[in-house]
Design a protein around this ligand. Structure first.
Ligand code: UDX
Length: 449
């Protein structure tokens, strides 16, 4: 199938590349000339496991190309995916101007049928505006368009895996033609007809569900799913605060909860809270959407409040241990909003560093992938070349992102280089007994002292 993907951020680049990998001919288009230049030079604007190899392979096979020319990308396309950014406006609503631009281009520059697919995270009812805009701006007054919603559920750091092994593929359509096109487009995934770029042999798993709904329900599934996952995290973080007050261990509580399949063990990890470019903004957008249609989503406002409160909880723990933070040197292991990505957008680690700097502390930080992007946001900290260098001469060491390499560090060596051997494990990632045995004072989130 000939596919045009507009927007080469996480969603667009991963979707376009993986659709090419399963055999479609994909042209990814973006108005950002630098990004297209980077991609055409064979470099990657983001770090995402397996993606660089896939882009290289599919470009070589002529199935994937990148351009700033919408006309070229749209010329032979049957399907146009809208994957442009929908960043938050001041009031938390999603900015849909880039979506509208794409729709107007499709309308005014297409002289044959197009299935226009929303893949960016958009508020419910956006599809109606897309349909109307297509009719208003279509060439010659009568355009052959269908509009569909195909929300994305990929996670940064495992996006390629998530594309090839989704739990479900949701398509919101208003016509059998649109449904058939999307079913055909995803057939290789639905039938497991692909060579997996992640596994030499894929673990046995049941095929994903191809869930067909109307457009509005599909649009809501995205916001509702992300908000529910964020709520689960804030719930376990609230329980962590309770555990601290009674001397229980949130890790054991979460395990006990998660063994109930109705609850599920995933997304019950207490810590510094959720970050990234999805949960915080999707939560805000969902609250605003509800407000606009007269529903006070107070539950989700509480989820946001609990999440923002994690940084205060962390700061209180550091003050309890170090008393005055002014002039103290603090090491930070992990800057990315989660492991396996270089993304620092709304990263709790960066929010904590800003707070510590406001208290007058000096920061020595290390992250295997995200130091450069952090330096663009917070230039005045010391970026260490290793976790060991980050710990040197510090009075506290914070684990802010649970990169696997932090689990097996030489803690004896680290202890010897610190002024005061205090570990604050903001992700409950380390073994308290092992660290205490190595002579550290250890503090987690919701774990007994
Ligand atoms: C999320 C959704 O998972 C994905 O389906 C959607 O398409 C985009 O948004 P992503 O933002 O990449 O994906 O990250 P995710 O793995 O969901 O983690 C989000 C945040 O929650 C991270 O900061 C992570 O550290 C935090 N988290 C996650 C917890 O604090 N505890 C958990 O148990 C799980």
């Amino acid at each position: 199938m000939n596919i045009c993907v507009t927007g080469t951020g996480y969603v667009g680049l991963v979707t376009g590349t993986c659709l090419a990998e399963v055999g479609h001919r994909v042209i990814c288009m973006d108005h950002d000339g630098n990004k297209i230049q980077t991609l055409n030079a064979g470099q990657m604007p983001i770090y995402e496991p397996h993606l660089e190899e896939l882009v290289r392979r599919n470009r070589e096979k002529g199935r994937l190309s990148f351009t700033t020319d919408f006309g070229l990308a749209n010329r032979d396309a049957e399907v146009v995916f809208i994957c442009v950014g929908t960043p938050p406006l001041e009031n938390g609503e999603a900015d849909l101007s880039a979506v509208e631009n794409v729709v107007r281009e499709v309308a005014s520059r297409s002289d044959s049928y197009r299935l226009v697919v929303e893949k960016s995270t958009v508020p419910v009812q956006t599809g109606e505006y897309v349909s109307r805009t297509l009719q208003i701006y279509c060439r010659g007054g009568q355009g052959h368009f269908d509009v569909a919603s195909n929300p994305e559920f990929l996670r940064e750091g495992s996006a390629v895996y998530d594309f090839f092994h989704p739990d479900r593929i949701v398509v919101g359509v208003d016509s059998p033609r649109a449904e058939n096109i999307l079913r055909e487009l995803y057939r290789p995934i639905l039938e497991g007809q692909f060579s997996c770029p992640v596994h030499s042999s894929c673990p046995a798993s049941s095929p994903p569900t191809f869930l067909v709904t109307d457009v509005k329900s599909a649009e809501l599934i995205k916001h509702a799913s992300n908000s529910f996952l964020a709520m689960k995290i804030s719930f376990v973080n609230a329980v962590a605060d309770l555990c601290e007050k009674v001397g229980a261990d949130v890790e054991k509580v979460a395990r006990g909860m998660g063994l109930d399949v109705r609850i599920g063990k995933d997304f019950l990890r207490a810590g510094l809270g959720f970050g990234g470019f999805c949960f915080p903004k999707d939560l805000q957008a969902f609250v605003r959407i509800a407000e606009k249609i007269g529903y006070d989503f107070s539950l989700l406002r509480e989820v946001e409040k609990i999440n923002k409160g994690r940084i205060e909880v962390a700061l209180e723990k550091l003050k309890k241990e170090l008393w005055i933070l002014q002039g103290k040197t603090i090491g930070v292991l992990g800057l990315a909003f989660k492991p396996q990505t270089d993304d620092t957008r709304f990263a709790p680690a960066l929010e904590l560093i800003r707070r510590l700097q406001r208290e007058g502390a000096k920061i020595r930080a290390y992250d295997p992938k995200a130091a450069q992007k952090t330096a663009e946001e917070i230039p005045d900290i010391f970026f260490a070349a290793s976790p060991y260098q980050a710990a040197e001469g510090t009075e506290a060491l914070i684990l802010a992102t649970e990169w696997p390499e932090f689990r097996d560090l030489d803690w004896k060596k680290i202890r010897g280089s610190m002024v005061h051997p205090f570990i604050f494990d903001g992700r409950n990632f380390l073994d308290p007994a092992q660290l205490r045995a190595a002579g550290f004072r250890y503090e987690g989130m919701g774990r007994p002292g």
